[in-house]
Design a binder for this molecule. Structure first.
Ligand code: G3P
Length: 217
C-alpha cells in the first residue's frame, strides 16, 4: 500500500520523506489556506521533495475552467496530479486530461456509484472520504470495501486512494481491504510507529544498559 501525506506543510513533508515514508502528497484548498502560502509556489516546492504524485486541486466548477486550471497546474512539475471534484464536469475534465496524458485524482467521493463513474472516466486515483462519512454516522470503510469489489469485478486500474483518514485504525482497515493508497495527516502517519510496549521496552533496555556501566562509542 502506498502512503501519501495529506498536507501542504513543507517541513512535515520533508520530515516524512527523509524517513522513506512518502510515495506522494495530496493537498486541497483548505490545506493550502492553512499553510498560508501561495498555491503554485508551495506545490512547486513539494514536487521537488517528493518524486511521486502530488495532487493539486482545481477550483473551477465548469469543464472549460477545470481544463484551463488543470493545464496550468500541470506546468509546475511532471508529478503534479490534477485533482477534480466528482461532478459531471469533473468527470469530463478527468477524461480529457487523462487523454492528454495527465494524472487525475477524482475527489470528494462518497458512494460506490460515484467511484464507478470515476473509473469509467479513466481516473488515475479515486478519493473516497472515509472520515467525513464516519462524521455523519456512516461506516466509511464499507465504502472502501465496495469500491475494491467493484473495481476488481471489472479490472478497473483506477487506484483507490483512501482520504479523510483520521486514525491509525483507518489505515489498518484500508490495508486489510486492499486499498491501493492512503493519504493521511502527518500526525496520523507518524502515529503508526507508536506503541506503549515499544516505549516501555526502550526504557527497560536503557535502564539495564546503564547498570553495565558501558558505552558503545
Ligand atoms: O484531502 C482530502 C481529505 O483527505 C480531507 O480530509 O479530514 O478534511 O475530511 P478531512
Amino acid at each position: 500500500m502506498k502512503f501519501f501525506v495529506d498536507t501542504a506543510d513543507v517541513a512535515e513533508i520533508r520530515d516524512l520523506a527523509d524517513a522513506g515514508l512518502l510515495d506522494g502528497v495530496t493537498t486541497n484548498p483548505s490545506l493550502i489556506a492553512k499553510s498560508g502560502r501561495a498555491f503554485k509556489e508551495v506545490i512547486a516546492e513539494i514536487c521537488k521533495i517528493v518524486e511521486g504524485p502530488v495532487s493539486a486541486e482545481v477550483t473551477a466548477l465548469d469543464f472549460a475552467g477545470m481544463i484551463r486550471e488543470g493545464n496550468d497546474l500541470r506546468k509546475i512539475a511532471k508529478n503534479v496530479t490534477v485533482k477534480v471534484p466528482l461532478t459531471i464536469d469533473g468527470l469530463k475534465a478527468c477524461k480529457a486530461l487523462r487523454a492528454d496524458g495527465a494524472m487525475v485524482n477524482v475527489t470528494l467521493c462518497f458512494s460506490a456509484n460515484q467511484a464507478l463513474l470515476a473509473a469509467k472516466a479513466g481516473a488515475s486515483f479515486i478519493s473516497p472520504f472515509v472520515g467525513r462519512l464516519d462524521d455523519i454516522h456512516m461506516e466509511g470503510m464499507n465504502l472502501i470495501s465496495e469500491i475494491r469489489k467493484i473495481y476488481d469485478n471489472y479490472g478497473f486500474d483506477t487506484e483507490i486512494l483512501v482520504a479523510s483518514v483520521r486514525t491509525a485504525n483507518h489505515i489498518k482497515q484500508a490495508a486489510l481491504i486492499g486499498a491501493d493508497v492512503v493519504t493521511a495527516p502527518p500526525a496520523v502517519l507518524k502515529g503508526l510507529a507508536k506503541h506503549p510496549l515499544t516505549d516501555k521496552g526502550i526504557e527497560m533496555f536503557l535502564a539495564d544498559w546503564k547498570k553495565t556501566g558501558q558505552t558503545i562509542l
